[in-house]
Design a protein around this ligand. Structure first.
Ligand code: SF4
Length: 333
């Protein structure tokens, strides 16, 4: 079966300029050759620390940023280099929910106008039909239809995110990139929004790319999870395998930071991350994670590990798992 979305060796590099008129002095390797698929009705979680390239990957997938290299296929069609006119029908099917619902909603528009805007841009329906659709969407995301006359500042953070979700749903998309959609919300509100997104997925058969820095958040909504570090995917597998038998030391470290109650029935090995994510302009040689990895050995500093399948559907990029699917993690130094 053709996946809804297929990304092959996607790269997004940004030039580093010296001064206003200076030449290019380097490249930021924000996304550096990632590949994945998302099936219809599936959620792929994309996790990693701030600056690992996950949001850039989401925006590039939607063609809001032009890829530097690689291929993006939607329903089997290559959309990598389509111009804005040719992209129009695909844009209807690919929407985004942003992290900060306050910053992403136009403060001068009413909530109803914000939700209606995509319908106006894509010339969908007469005015009365659009208003009916907006009222339906308000109800579906848990807002009262009469609230469409209010402005964004009159809503709570959770309600503003519901407006963002209603707007993303307006054109009946097949894929929604959710870019840290609950990071700015209180924990109790986070659960409500995650439950709403799950219900909407079941009802409409939506696919999500769910971008988050918090593994505890993606655990609840993802079918599979990809872990990113410095522009690369270092581990990709189904949710259960990732939380119960993580193979990459970076995933282990991210899981160490998740409260114990949220990580059940998995081998708990404390791996503390030291230091910050290195600069994506001057990335460490070999395995980019070697400067922070407690298991790093000589080969890690010179040879970059490839992302390889070590178990059925479980991909990992780490020399500890080269050539032996059942190799246990070495003891940290
Ligand atoms: Fe650590 Fe080496 Fe594996 Fe990289 S390849 S994650 S440095 S053990």
């Amino acid at each position: 079966m053709t996946p809804l979305v297929e990304v092959r060796d996607l790269q997004k590099h940004f030039p580093v300029q010296r001064g206003l008129f200076g030449g290019t002095t380097g490249q930021v390797h924000a996304v550096d050759g990632i590949s994945f698929q998302i099936a219809a009705g599936e959620t792929l979680g994309l996790v990693g620390e701030s600056g690992c390239g996950k949001s850039t990957a989401g925006r590039t997938l939607l063609r809001l940023l032009q890829p530097s290299r690689g291929e993006i296929r939607f329903r089997g069609d290559d959309i990598t280099n389509l111009d804005s006119t040719a992209m129009l029908p695909y844009r209807r099917s690919m929407q985004m929910i942003q992290q900060d619902p306050y910053a992403s909603l136009n403060p001068r528009m009413t909530a109803g106008e914000i939700v209606e805007e995509p319908l106006v841009i894509h010339r969908m329906g007469e005015r009365a039909e659009r208003r009916d659709r907006v009222a339906q969407l308000f109800e579906r995301v848990g807002l009262r239809p009469e609230q469409r006359h209010a402005y964004p500042h009159e809503f709570s953070g959770g309600q503003r995110q519901r407006i963002g979700i209603a707007r993303a749903l307006a054109l009946s998309p097949a894929l929604i990139v959710c870019d840290e959609p609950v990071s700015a919300l209180d924990v109790s509100i986070q659960a409500q929004i995650i439950n709403l997104l799950t219900d909407l997925q079941e009802e409409y058969g939506l696919s999500y790319l769910f971008v988050a820095h918090d593994l505890a958040v993606v655990e609840h909504i993802s079918h599979r999870v990809a872990v990113m570090y410095l522009g690369r995917i270092v581990e990709l597998t189904d949710r259960t395998s990732l939380f119960e038998t993580p193979l990459h030391p970076y995933t282990e470290a991210l899981l160490s930071a998740v409260p114990i109650a949220k990580v059940t029935a998995r081998r708990r090995q404390r791996v503390i991350l030291s230091g910050d994510v290195p600069s994506p302009i001057n990335r460490p040689s070999g395995c980019h994670f070697h400067t922070r990895c407690p298991y790093a050995h000589g080969r890690c500093r010179t040879e970059e590990p490839a992302l390889r399948m070590v178990r059925d559907g479980h991909l990992v990029a780490c020399h500890l798992h080269d050539g032996c699917a059942s190799l246990p993690l070495a003891q940290p130094h």
